[in-house]
Write a protein that binds this ligand. Sequence first.
Ligand SMILES: Nc1ncnc2c1ncn2[C@@H]1O[C@H](COP(=O)(O)OP(=O)(O)OP(=O)(O)O)[C@@H](O)[C@H]1O
Length: 492
Amino acid sequence: MSQPAPSTSKPIPSLASPTPSASSSSFGTPKSSISRKKPLGLDISKSILKPTRAAPGLPTNGDGVTPRDANGGGGGSSIINEAERLREEIAHLQLSSKSTSSNNSLSLPDSPINNSSSHHSDSSTNTNLTTGSRKKGDKEKKRSKHKDKDGEDLVKDEDLEIITDLGAGNGGTVTKVWNKKRNCVMARKLILVDAKPSVRKQILRELQIMNDCNSPYIVGYYGCFPVDVHVGIVLELMDAGSLNDIYRHIGPIPIEVVGKVAEAVLHGLMYLYDVHRIIHRDIKPSNILANTNGEIKICDFGVSGELINSIANTFVGTSTYMSPERIQGAPYTIKSDVWSLGISLIELALGRFPFTDSQGNEEEEEEESDHEEFDEDATLPLSTQRPKLPVPSSSDNKKEKRKSKGVSLAGGGHTMSILDLLQHIVNEPAPKLVSKRRTYPVEATTFVQDCLYKDPNDRKSPQELLASDWISKSKVTQDDLKTWALSTIQKD
Ligand SMILES: Nc1ncnc2c1ncn2[C@@H]1O[C@H](COP(=O)(O)OP(=O)(O)OP(=O)(O)O)[C@@H](O)[C@H]1O
């Protein structure tokens, strides 16, 4: 993994901390003008949003609906509390085990964690837990990270009952599961791994880095284990789904919320880099998740090189969110993640993937899309996108023209190949946050521009971006985000 110049760590304010702000959200209720027309590929968000039947043996409210679902996923259910409690227990064990890390067989010898974690802390969470952990006796400190006080694995595959599918990506499938032992819902990701047993073991060891990640901006990790030919990873369930699911379901995301997404992602990136020397490498809307507690967190960061090498899918690693310098072969730096963030923010605000071959010319699009919020091309699921050769547009049919300018990799015979897109990213001006349909605050457009300088030396760092007016003057509170997240799951 490449190591960029060290960044200056600074206290990370919690998203949850009260901000002087508007007491009610101006964006909590989705606009009724948003088209109900669903783009293709909405199965994923549907499966997240609909109340689900209880798995056998699952406690129900009498209607066969799980307690969390019966609450509409709102915080405050005992199950959410149970999940929270479990996270705290794991966090505590992680901190306990850090103090004995030299004896811990699960720690990687040259893990950056061993070098750096003692010098940094994620401001909002570690302090209290650290204080708490000091009070515990030596015996408890020697506990393994993955064991509870009775020596049992905290998360075991046999304790998990599948509730419903949450989605699928290039590397695997994600399901919502009920942990009958711990009495809470979780998300289990199964990754098909094409590797011999020794490499599988190495992957499981490398994934333990996630066990040491403890930040309100990183999706919680509960454990991993082999499952047949898969590696199973158990994560905190983010009950509003990914930002990708959300915008495909409800259309463009209010710019104030997009600002909070930027803030959360930047805090997450800084935490990963400052504390663990990890560069995320795959920032995109499907790796940014939200929950109905008003939290936004990132997942799927590159902790295991062996895992990336072993995923049985040739398209893994090629991303349309890749920075120009990465496409040209330069090593990853945190600035590459900043580029990917800029592209993702435009996508969320516009409700479509931002690259077009005639940027800024939205008149046709506007005329044609008066009754559509979605760009059909751009909202096809990335997982179904495959390179296609561009087909010259001979028709002067407006719709055909509009489609032909999209750089979506989706089907329809009017798309750009992945190579063309990568060349476009390198050679053409970076996209901007502009729309003829909506106006955005100048602070937002400047912020996005600062993420998308093609020369990484000109691009701002996460610290600089966090200090920008758009982020520092935001009046959006966690309560506002709660209201918004709830509105996204109620809009079905
Ligand atoms: N912890 C989670 N809680 C809730 N939903 C999740 C969670 N993790 C993943 N998902 C859902 O599962 C989907 C698939 O996730 P996965 O990480 O396998 O692929 P992806 O990020 O969508 O695509 P790719 O494999 O190309 O990176 C996500 O888009 C999201 O909808």
